[in-house]
Design a protein around this ligand. Sequence first.
Ligand code: SF4
Length: 63
Amino acid sequence: MSEIIIDTYLCSGCATCVEMCPDVFRMDEVTEKAELVTVSPVITDEVHQAAAYCPEKCIEIIE
Ligand code: SF4
């Protein structure tokens, strides 16, 4: 099963992933870190791009 893991310790809250993939990522308004919109999102090319553009490299995709 594929999975997306966000290392919230490293996440800087820049929201790049949210801008690139708002169906998959959103900001946790309390912690100001990224979180997943759904537990098992479909991993599209856009998700891979968001992971690549994450400045902290804290989005891990397991397929
Ligand atoms: S792009 Fe990376 S550092 Fe920025 S909010 Fe998303 S997970 Fe956090």
